[in-house]
Every structure is written in C-alpha cells, then in structure tokens.
Design a protein around this ligand. Structure first.
Ligand code: SF4
Ligand code: SF4
Length: 149
C-alpha cells in the first residue's frame, strides 16, 4: 500500500478534537506522526505519514478538510533536476511505486510527482544526483511556511 507524507495545519478550533484518532478509526489508514506542534486553543502543524488505499486516504483527507484542516502533500518538495538527468533509467528499477518510469516507445524516463511517496531510494542510485528529495530534512518552520504562503 502506498505511503505518503502530508503537512496538516489545524485551526485552533480543532486543537482539542481527536481528528487523527477518527481518521484511523473511520477510514482504515495507518499513520506515523513525524513531527507535531499542537497546543490547546492554538493553531497547530503536524507532519503525518499516511499509509492506506488511495481512495481511503483521500476520503480521510476530505474528512480532515471538513474540520478546516489545511492539507498539503510534502512530496511536492521532491523534484528531478532535468538538466542533470541524462535518462540512464537506473532509478526506474528501484522506485517502488512507479513514479519514475520509462515511456515507450521513445524510452524517455519520466517522473510523476503525484505518485512519489518521498522514500528517497532514487537519490542514492542516481549517478548524477538528479533527484532532489528533501521532505524530512527541511525544518519544521519551513514546512509551516509552505502552508501559510
Ligand atoms: S523518492 Fe524516488 S524512489 Fe521514492 S517514490 Fe519518489 S521517485 Fe520513487
Ligand atoms: S538515475 Fe538519475 S540520471 Fe538516471 S534516469 Fe534516473 S534521474 Fe535520470
């Protein structure tokens, strides 16, 4: 099952609500809190890893949004530097979700950021470091800034 990382920004009205508990209970998704800054009666930010079937994760995220929670995929921070990539194809064999793949018949190596889970397996295998993956290394303040702007 795919794993994806999200940044959630909670309005202060939800700070006392068990919304993550309900997310797991109602929508059958697994979660791992990578970082959280949530205090009573204050806006809060959480970096959350979610694992589950795509439709269940999407329905669960819609549930969070219904509480006014702002949701952003952290995978948006993952990029391929197309100037560095020389289309060797080495990354396509290691990507577990097919986010890096070969398009036939032209044999072009493409990157689909919507499929990417941020696992970073492609970073070390790429001989020219064309994959730039920085979901967990960025600071919490930078992640929060991304939501606000
Ligand atoms: S980080 Fe690289 S290997 Fe991992 S899912 Fe994204 S593209 Fe694929
Ligand atoms: S391993 Fe690097 S250079 Fe080769 S296709 Fe993948 S991103 Fe491009």
């Amino acid at each position: 099952m795919p794993t994806r990382i999200y940044i959630l920004r909670f309005p202060k009205e939800t700070s006392n609500e068990p919304v993550i508990f309900q997310l797991v209970k109602q929508y059958d998704v697994e979660f791992n809190i990578l970082k959280a800054d949530i205090l009573p009666q204050r806006e809060g930010v959480m970096i959350l890893e979610l694992k589950g079937a795509k439709d269940k994760v999407n329905t669960g995220l819609a549930y969070l949004k219904s509480f006014g929670v702002k949701v952003q995929r952290l995978a948006a921070a993952i990029n391929r530097d197309d100037k560095k990539c020389f289309q060797c194809g080495a990354c396509t064999g290691i990507c577990p979700v097919g986010a890096l793949y070969i398009k036939r018949p032209g044999m072009e190596v493409l990157f689909d950021p919507d499929k990417c889970t941020g696992c970073s397996l492609c970073v070390s295998i790429c001989p020219v470091r064309a994959m730039e993956v920085s979901p967990i290394t960025e600071t919490f303040a930078e992640a929060e800034e991304k939501i606000i702007t």
